[in-house]
Design a protein around this ligand. Sequence first.
Ligand code: NDP
Length: 456
Amino acid sequence: MTLQSIDPATGNVYATFAPTSATALEQALASAERTAITWAAQPLTTRLALLRALARRLRAERTRLARLITDEMGKLSAEAEAEAEIDKCALVCDYYAEHAATQLADIPLTSDASRSLLAHQPLGVVLAVMPWNFPFWQVLRCAAPALAAGNVVLLKHASNVPRCALAIAELFTAVDAPEGVFQTLLIDAETAEQVVADPRVRAVSLTGSERAGRRVAGIAGANLKKSLLELGGADACVILEDADLERAAETGARSRFINAGQSCIAAKRFIVVEAVADDFVARLQSRVEALVPGDPRDPATTLAPLARADLRETLHQQVEQSRTAGAELRCGGQPQPGPGWFYAPTLLDRVGPGMPAYDDELFGPVATVIRVADEAAALRVANDSRFGLGGSVWSADAARGERFARAMACGAAFVNGLVKSDPRLPFGGIKDSGYGRELGAPGIAEFLNLKTLWIA
Ligand code: NDP
């Protein structure tokens, strides 16, 4: 196996990397195990100083790192999407540098002891299995709280982003992180499964597909170790009849097409009350048709390529199957001719159960509209999904929006706004979208031993 870094806009191979050898993998595991003890023993201020230094380094190098993301997985540099990802990584480092002391402070307990309390202690070596869609952000949002808590991190990144994976490890070296605190392993999925099972690894965090999640969580469970899964989503974006249709269409289009639709919390199912459906669909369609696919380095481009050829093939099959089952194609619906893995910005209307566009996750630039009679039907359809990551609802009545949001079966529901991740807001799903929470206070608590101390 070799790992290739390929430009998704052209198909050109930038670089090829040899995988981490068995000897180097063994050394990395041994180093992680050793460092887990010394890192946990460091004063919290030392650990947090590392996060602050990392944040500064990320900001100082944002242009170079953003370019790496654009080159390797095709994210638009226009509107600074790639740079915004790097800025957000700095933000999550700063967030935990500022809040970890409070989040990790002992909690006094009342018992029959003269003193009892809950102490927050690290678990040890955490394996991060991460995807390519936000190749820096996904890693840092896992690593920042884990490191602040005193754990050390091994990264198994997606095989199509080896340059990003190596660049992240280099950032840690550049800020003088102790050896073994953060290490990148260039390994395939099969080897990663062995690392999950290795007794030196105490926990695993995976962001990616359901398939990978089931596999990794199964191995973690069989080895009695903690896992956190952030898997796919099919987020509902519900448009009630009193919604501000212009804002909903604007935000909805942004949510669905950002990162070429390759986001777990994109608005994947627009569930629209029939009374306003024609109006909303027209507004959405004009925005979809205005998207300009092209070189992600060109500021005029507004739609990025997909990250890999196989992802485009899967997406196209899902669109074709949905059409065969009765979905109405309003625009797009095919791969773009020419080099690169572009897919025409697509809008499917009158989608229903039994279609991949209704039942599954479409990870690309395809908006799906499901028409419903009223609010009650909208809620039924919103919750009629095996996924439960995020969701949103649009209504002029904030109280009505909140009632609806509370009833949505998902991990985060937004009223009149774009579903987004934010270091301050816990993030994660229910049902087949996984379990556990990243970010915020719950994010740092995931990989902790909540130790009870009882002192007579
Ligand atoms: P995968 O789930 O296969 O990849 C995500 C990560 O998991 C990669 O690092 C991958 O490594 C690793 N991995 C895969 N299988 C295993 C395994 N058995 N043991 C250990 N690690 C494993 O996703 P894909 O890139 O193939 O994307 C497929 C679909 O997954 C997308 O179309 C989308 O629906 C969903 N997805 C969701 C994401 C999200 O943000 N929730 C992110 C990415 C994908 P390797 O690359 O070497 O296979």
